[in-house]
Design a protein around this ligand. Structure first.
Ligand code: AMP
Length: 468
């Protein structure tokens, strides 16, 4: 998921909705299922959202109708909750003092529990999104708080898990990041206007200058051009998601002080240092494997080649709902360039193996294209534990590395050899990062308490949405 917000300075000519559209376009890799924009104009929040990619959901007419100097945008990807229109964000709701729009990136660990508690007291929910839980709590706390940011601060005491949130009230844009700092969130400036975004590539897209990352536990408010920051005061282990560097983020983004491209190249170099096989060419699986392959080639001296062509016009394979569909769409999405690999011993670098479906397919694509050997190198350690913080890998049983050892995985995917990034190399890969990172998917060492399977299933049974 990706979020973006802009507070246009009082005398500026910048069009908030149009800038949000461009920024969402740059964040499209973070979610292709649905998207939306909300703007605040004269105390009223207008919005448009739907299923689909940003250019499909918005026409010039939609953007024209979205007037106002404060805007908020969201791109959503399919989660285990299902592909439902009602879950498209920003979520816009009315409360006793007006309107509120909320866009959330991440996943609450205690979301179901909070929802269940509220429902027991008669609370009504329209969606299954965490954004709605957060909105309910902020509105409830606002009754006792001096300001909306104070209400956010109070709300943060209840929340556990990953949340990088941007909210829009009548006259304020509010951005806040959970105390662990799981998901990225940064701030930029375009003249005197302030913007917030999941990734710095969205700032580049609209010509905004990067100012800084929002700190874990920080709440930043913009009102009439003035920026205010406060701290939640919650003490938590810093744990920015390392998978942002490995897979999620765009290589042109810089997150918490580290270039995504540079971290991927470094992962490739680390892999090359452990390499024991000889090969004719190193290729990367687009897109997230490319930088790592370049790093591998640089370090090993084996020539870099372009071995695959990716069809840009379909979404990521992983977001297809069923295993069958996932297998089929890999074929449509990626093709090997036979001239680049025929008769060659190939080292193929990809960012991760989750279920194992994708890499088995691409290894056979290379063999069909004439590669004589395929050596797979993975620029992350084995994915062994479920993630509860928004990467949508909820169940350990689906993880190939949980159920199989290295040799078994090599055999299943059909590679001649297989190696993963060594866990000990991870700090080197994100060297210079100004936060500690979350590595729970590799180690099972979660920095917040996570629900067990039985507990989770029990709470999930009570959750339903209003279909649209
Ligand atoms: P598979 O092993 O078939 O499950 O697919 C692994 C591929 O999916 C990797 O090469 C990544 O490009 C991509 N991927 C990894 N993690 C995720 C994730 N959390 N969500 C979506 N795609 C992912």
């Amino acid at each position: 998921m990706g979020v973006f917000g802009i507070a246009v300075a009082p005398k500026s000519e910048i069009n908030a909705a149009a800038e949000t559209y461009s920024a969402l376009f740059a964040l499209q890799h973070r979610g292709q299922e649905s998207c939306g924009i909300a703007t605040s104009h004269k105390g009223i929040i207008n919005f448009h959202k739907d299923m689909g990619l940003v250019p499909d959901v918005f026409t010039a007419k939609h953007l024209e109708a979205l007037q106002g100097n404060l805007a908020l945008g969201h791109v959503n990807y399919l989660t285990a909750d299902g592909n439902q229109r009602v879950n498209a964000q920003p979520l816009v709701l009315s409360h006793i003092n007006g309107n509120l729009a909320v866009a959330h990136n991440g996943a609450l660990v205690n979301g179901l529990k909070l929802r269940n508690e509220m429902e027991r007291r008669g609370g009504i929910f329209y969606t299954t999104s965490d954004a709605e839980i957060i909105a309910h709590l902020v509105v409830r706390e606002r009754v006792w708080a001096d300001s909306i940011e104070d209400a956010v601060k109070r709300t943060m005491q209840y929340l556990s898990g990953a949340y990088s949130v941007i909210m829009l009230s009548r006259n304020k844009l509010i951005a806040f990041r959970d105390p662990n700092g799981f998901r990225p969130l940064c701030m930029g400036k375009i003249d005197d206007s302030i913007v917030f975004a999941s990734e710095s590539c969205a700032l580049d897209a609209i010509g905004a200058e990067f100012v800084r990352d929002i700190e874990p536990g920080e709440i930043v408010t913009v009102e009439n051009g003035a920026v205010n920051s406060m701290k939640s005061g919650i003490n938590a282990r810093k744990s920015a998601c390392v998978f942002e560097y490995i897979y999620f983020a765009r290589p042109d983004s810089v997150i918490d002080g580290v270039s995504v491209d540079e971290s991927r190249k470094e992962a490739g170099r680390c892999l090359a240092r452990h390499n024991t096989v000889d090969a004719d060419v190193v290729i990367g699986v687009p897109d997230s494997g490319l930088s790592a392959a370049l790093g591998f080639a640089e370090e090993s001296g084996i020539p870099y080649g372009v071995g695959f062509i990716k069809n840009r016009y379909i979404g990521r394979t992983f977001i297809q709902p069923s295993q069958g569909q996932r297998q089929r769409s890999v074929k449509i999405k990626l093709n090997a360039i036979a001239a680049a690999v025929r008769g060659k011993r190939v080292i193929m670098v990809d960012d991760s193996i989750v279920r194992g479906t994708t890499c088995a397919r691409i290894v056979s694509l290379l063999r069909e294209a004439g590669a004589t050997e395929v050596h797979m190198r993975v620029s992350s350690p084995p994915f062994l534990h479920p993630c509860f913080f928004g990467t949508d890998v909820p169940d350990r049983e689906v993880l190939i590395a949980h159920n199989h050892n290295l040799e078994e995985i090599r055999e299943i995917i059909g590679a001649d050899s297989l190696d993963y990034l060594h866990f000990e190399d991870l700090p080197q890969v994100v060297k210079g990062m100004n936060l500690d990172f979350c590595h729970a998917c590799f180690t099972g060492d979660y920095s917040v308490e996570v629900p067990n399977k039985v507990e989770k299933q029990g709470l999930e049974e009570g959750v339903s949405t209003c279909e649209q």
